[in-house]
Design a binder for this molecule. Structure first.
Ligand SMILES: [Zn+2]
Length: 251
């Protein structure tokens, strides 16, 4: 025996269903709005954190990423023919992407395999002089320069990231320390290499008046480290560790 006329249950079911749908829809909407608010909050705060440390520059607000060498200047070479300039670029590109993603204005001295000398120069010596002068101009106009290089040594046992800082700007040492701490903390807990002041033979670093560091990510002369440096995932980890170091630096 039916207590309610035929059709009522269906109608009641639809009402319940609609109520449930409405509740689900409301919950989903609140969830989406909540996620958007959290994303906006994080984006604004991350950007502010970066801008606080970057945009207060008197001249030049960009972070310059300088993949060392390029074109006819290959830098150091590994036993298997791997050339330093290629590893430098392959670390620099994801580093630039990460910093841009985090809200920094970023410039690269090069994003292909080339020198950055003035056009029309035919002599190699003139090209090299022009390249270094043009890089120094970019260094001096930047808020901060991170130059990416690789190490090489006659004895093959040496490994680990080595960071150098320019002495003409007091911030260089502090930024170098922050990046060193980050690389050791995230990637190389066994690394005991101290932060070093640039010697005169590191021309750009010892001559720029803007904050600048060189990160020698690893030794091409050490086969285990060379294998890592040739691995895209490791290079991204290295870029991430450097970016985190910059993010952690507070002037
Ligand atoms: Zn180099």
């Amino acid at each position: 025996m039916e207590l309610f006329p035929r059709g009522f249950h269906t109608l009641y079911g639809v009402i319940i269903l609609r109520k449930r749908n409405c509740r689900d829809l409301l919950f989903l909407s609140l969830l989406v709005i909540g996620c958007i608010l959290i994303a906006v909050y994080l984006a604004v705060n991350i950007k502010n954190a970066f801008q606080a440390s970057v945009v207060e520059a008197d001249d030049g607000i960009y972070i310059l990423i300088d993949p060392g060498h390029g074109g006819i200047d290959g830098g150091a070479s590994a036993a298997d023919g791997t050339v330093e300039k290629d590893i430098n670029l392959a670390v620099s590109m994801p580093l630039a992407d990460m910093l841009r993603f985090l809200g920094y204005p970023v410039m690269l001295t090069r994003d292909v395999d080339c020198m950055i000398c003035d056009p029309g120069l035919t002599r190699i010596r003139d090209q090299k002089v022009s390249d270094i002068k043009n890089r120094l101009k970019l260094y001096n106009k930047s808020r901060l320069t991170i130059s990416i290089h690789q190490n090489h040594f006659a004895q093959t046992q040496y490994h680990g990231t080595q960071i150098w800082y320019g002495e003409k700007n007091d911030e260089s040492k502090l930024i170098g320390a922050a990046v060193r701490q980050s690389v050791i903390g995230l990637l190389q807990p066994e690394n005991k290499r101290e932060l070093k002041k640039a010697t005169r033979d590191i021309y750009l670093l010892s001559n720029t008046t803007a904050p600048a560091i060189v990160v020698e990510c690893g030794f091409l002369s050490n086969s285990a480290e060379l294998a890592k440096l040739k691995d895209e995932g490791y290079r991204q980890d290295m870029a991430y560790a450097i970016a985190c170091g910059i993010l952690s630096y507070k002037p």
